[in-house]
Write a protein that binds this ligand. Structure first.
Ligand code: NAD
Length: 253
């Protein structure tokens, strides 16, 4: 077990990549704060599945685009589990909207959750990490943060922001034994993109297969979990400000 007795917060972990990371962290011995915004039943089912497997988890409702809710969520977890060792900034929203249809509301929704929320969750935990002697941040960015894609400028801005904010936070916090790193997934089969994988999307899925040298159109959420465990473990204690791309090879050409 590589995260034995650590306490981890995984934002947006009632489904998708967050759910997979929460379950894997629990299997590696961590106590996990499962966060949801609108889906209490889904969060309860993640908690139950962790508990059924012998793990320790609890569900917390919080809109992690809001600073006050982040602060209450962090305080509740520290109160319940005694400390927080690992923060996975995972909750995110992706809107496919071309430039001329991008309203201020669409921009703010994605930047508030995908970037501002990530920053303020780290800021909230820094005083606690100073008290306990260190911490780990694993933020989920995207290959839409390492390259540009059409029809999602706000999303690309938010994820590119995560990649460089990761470097900036690492530059400032590394000296305090706080590791800040990021994972940039390619296409991963989650509810976020279910609308482009279902019936009628066969042509699109075939096209996506040609985008990776591995021929994989959509990775599984579980494919992200090994990197998430590594970055939260002592094996990565000297890795700072890094973004590890996990995309089935999309970015090699
Ligand atoms: P998903 O839609 O399956 O899950 C997103 C989670 O975030 C859900 O649990 C949702 O309830 C939660 N959430 C949304 N708004 C929230 C809020 N305000 N407060 C708290 N929780 C909130 O998406 P996913 O594909 O699992 O995405 C997880 C992360 O991975 C996101 O940051 C996403 O941008 C990133 N990502 C996904 C892909 C992909 O192909 N699926 C690729 C690259 C990056």
């Amino acid at each position: 077990m590589r995260l034995k007795d650590k306490v981890a917060i995984v934002t947006g972990s009632s489904m998708g990549i967050g759910e997979a990371i929460a379950k894997r962290y629990a299997a590696e011995g961590a106590k996990v704060a499962v966060n949801y915004f609108k889906s209490p039943d889904a969060a309860d089912s993640v908690v139950k599945s962790i508990q059924d497997a012998g793990g320790n988890a609890k569900a917390y409702k919080a809109d992690v685009s809001k600073i006050a809710e982040i602060e209450k969520f962090a305080a509740d977890v520290i109160n319940d589990f005694g400390q927080v060792d690992i923060l996975v900034n995972n909750a995110g929203v992706f809107r496919t909207v071309p430039v001329m249809e991008t309203t201020e509301e669409i921009w703010d929704e994605q930047l508030d959750l995908n970037l501002k929320g990530y920053f303020f969750f780290v800021k909230t935990l820094v005083p606690h990490w100073r008290e306990i002697g260190g911490g780990k941040v694993v933020s989920i960015s995207s290959i839409a943060g390492t390259g540009g894609f059409p029809n999602c400028p706000a999303y690309c801005a938010s994820k590119g922001g995560v990649v460089n904010m990761t470097r900036a936070l690492a530059a400032e916090l590394g000296v305090e034994n706080i590791n800040v790193n990021s994972i940039a997934p390619g296409n991963v089969a989650t509810p976020l993109n279910a609308h482009v994988r279902g019936p009628g999307s066969e042509e699109y899925v075939e096209l996506m297969k040609t985008f990776t040298p591995t021929g994989i159109a959509f990775l599984d959420p579980e494919d992200m979990t090994g990197t998430a465990v590594f970055l939260a473990s002592d094996d990565a204690k000297l890795i700072h400000g890094e973004t590890i791309i996990v995309d089935g090879g999309w970015s090699v050409w």
